[in-house]
Design a protein around this ligand. Structure first.
Ligand SMILES: [Zn+2]
Length: 442
C-alpha cells in the first residue's frame, strides 16, 4: 500500500501519556493510518524516517501567543510600570503591515524549531498577514483580530466601533476560516474585559456563536481587571461574563490566574477552557492549576508570545512544574502535585481542546491528523533514563526536536525548516525591528 511517511522503530508517547517502544507509524493523506509494532502490511512510503534513538510525540500546541509581538523580544523584562502605556501602545500603534508579516514569519520559524505544531494567536492587527505566514509555514493556527472599543489607557487609534470590530474579524473569517487545507481556523476575541464594552462582548459572542467558532480573551490576569469588574458590575470577571450569557464550551480564558472558588466552578459548569502561561504568569500570581485539574477543567499551556518569554513550550513545562511544586506542593508536602504526564497532556491534548480540535489533534492515534514531532533522545542529557516522561519535562529542550510533521507533511527535517527561508527571515526581522524602535521611540 502507498503511504506518504513511514517512521520506523521509534519510541512513541501513547494517548495515555506513557512511552511505548519499537513502534512504526504510517502517515497518508494528512492522517495517521497505522501505529504498529509489527506492520501487518507492506507500505511503500515516499519518505522513510529512521526512528531509532527518537521519541515521536504529538506536536506541542501553544494555546496563547502573540505573533504581533515578536519584534518586542527582550524589551519588557525588568521594566517599571506602566509597560502598556510606555512600550506596548507605541509599539502596537506603529506596527505596519510589513512588520506584522515578518513578525509572523519569525514566530512560525521559532515555533517550528521548538516543536510547536499548532497555536492560538490572541489577536492583533493585519491578521491576514499572519494567516499568510501560517499558510506558508505549514503550521496549524487559530487566528483572530484584536478587539477593543473602550478603555482610558487605549489611544483612539487603537479603538473602533462595535460594528467595525465585528466587521474586521468577519472579513478575516470569510477570507481564511478553514484555509490551508483546514489548518487555519478563525475565531473571535476580546482583547480584555477592560477594553470592551458589555455591548461589544455580547456582539462578539453572538457572531462567534452564529459562525460556530471559538471566542477568547485575556482573563483574570491583573488585579486592576478584577477591581474594574467589581467596581462597575459588582461581579468578578467570570461572573460578569456569565451574567452577559457568553460563557460556554467554546470560550477560552487565557491566563485565568486570579480565580475565586465560584469562578472555578463557573469554568467547570460551562466547560470553558483555560490556558496558563507559566513564565508570563509568574510575574502576576500562581495559577490554581491543581484545583482546576481536580474539577476536570481542560488546561492548555501557552507562551504569551516572545515579549514575555521565548516560544518554547519545553521551557514553559519546566518552569510550570517547579512553580506548581514550590507554591502548591511545598506547603502541604505533596511532591506529586503536578506530575510530568499531566504537564505533557496540557501541552498537547490540552492545547487541542483549547483549539476545539481534540477529535483531530493532541494524541498519536489512528484516524487523527498527523501532527507530530521527533525528539532526539540519544543524547547525554536525555538518555538513559528511568522514566522518559519525567526527563522530557526536566531535561529536554527545543533544540532536541529533530523533525516536525504537520497535517502529514514534513516541515522540519534534521532541524532544517523546509517551508520557510530561515536566513531571509532573520535578516528582514532584524531590519524591521531596528526601524520600529526609531519609529515608535521605544
Ligand atoms: Zn496575552
Amino acid at each position: 500500500m502507498h503511504a506518504d511517511i513511514l517512521i520506523k522503530n521509534s519510541s512513541i508517547l501513547t494517548p495515555d501519556f506513557k512511552i511505548s517502544h519499537d513502534q512504526n507509524i504510517v502517515i497518508k493523506d494528512q492522517k495517521i493510518i497505522a501505529i504498529e509494532k509489527e506492520l501487518t502490511q507492506t507500505y511503500e512510503a515516499k519518505e522513510i524516517l529512521d526512528g531509532k534513538g527518537k521519541l515521536v510525540m504529538p506536536g506541542l500546541i501553544d494555546a496563547h501567543t502573540h505573533t504581533n509581538q515578536q519584534l518586542l523580544r527582550g524589551r519588557i523584562s525588568d521594566e517599571y510600570p506602566m509597560i502598556w502605556t510606555r512600550i506596548m501602545v507605541p509599539f502596537e500603534s506603529n506596527l505596519r503591515e510589513e512588520d506584522v508579516a515578518i513578525s509572523a514569519e519569525l514566530s512560525c520559524l521559532e515555533m517550528l524549531k521548538a516543536g510547536t505544531t499548532g497555536f492560538i494567536d490572541a489577536g492583533g492587527s493585519y491578521m491576514h498577514k499572519v494567516a499568510e505566514a501560517v499558510e506558508a509555514s505549514g503550521l496549524r493556527g487559530v487566528l483572530t483580530c484584536s478587539t477593543m472599543d473602550t478603555g482610558a489607557a487605549i489611544p483612539d487609534s487603537m479603538k473602533t466601533t462595535i460594528e467595525n470590530n465585528i466587521q474586521r474579524n468577519k472579513d478575516l473569517f470569510d477570507s481564511y476560516h478553514k484555509a490551508g487545507d483546514g489548518r487555519i481556523n478563525i475565531w473571535y476575541s476580546l482583547r480584555s474585559l477592560i477594553t470592551c464594552t458589555p455591548e461589544l462582548i455580547q456582539k462578539v459572542y453572538e457572531t462567534a456563536h452564529a459562525a460556530g467558532t471559538g471566542m477568547q480573551t485575556h482573563m483574570n490576569e491583573y488585579t486592576n481587571e478584577i477591581s474594574y469588574c467589581l467596581e462597575n458590575f459588582q461581579m468578578r470577571p467570570y461572573e460578569y461574563l456569565e451574567s452577559l450569557g457568553v460563557l460556554d464550551e467554546n470560550f477560552l480564558g487565557a491566563h485565568s490566574i486570579l480565580l475565586s472558588e465560584n469562578e472555578m466552578d463557573l469554568i467547570q459548569k460551562y466547560d470553558s477552557k483555560v490556558v496558563h502561561c507559566p513564565i508570563s504568569n509568574a510575574g502576576k500570581g500562581f495559577t490554581k492549576s491543581p484545583g482546576l485539574m481536580q474539577k476536570g477543567v481542560s488546561i492548555g499551556l501557552g507562551t504569551d508570545g516572545s515579549a514575555h518569554s521565548g516560544l518554547s513550550l519545553f521551557d514553559q513545562m519546566k518552569v510550570f512544574k517547579s512553580l506548581m511544586r514550590a507554591f502548591w506542593g511545598v506547603p502541604i508536602f505533596d511532591p506529586v502535585v503536578m506530575p510530568s504526564k499531566n504537564i505533557l497532556e496540557m501541552a498537547t491534548l490540552g492545547g487541542a481542546k483549547a483549539m476545539l480540535q481534540e477529535e483531530q489533534l493532541g494524541t498519536l492515534e489512528v484516524g487523527k491528523k498527523a501532527d507530530m514531532i521527533l525528539i532526539d533522545t540519544d543524547q547525554p542529557h536525555i538518555g538513559p533514563t528511568h522514566q522518559l516522561t519525567n526527563t522530557l519535562i526536566e531535561s529536554a529542550n527545543s533544540n532536541d526536536v529533530s523533525d516536525v510533521i504537520v497535517n502529514g507533511r514534513m516541515l522540519m527535517k534534521n532541524r532544517e525548516v523546509l517551508t520557510l527561508d530561515e536566513e531571509k527571515i532573520k535578516y528582514e526581522s532584524k531590519k524591521a525591528m531596528d526601524d520600529l524602535i526609531v519609529r515608535a521611540k521605544i
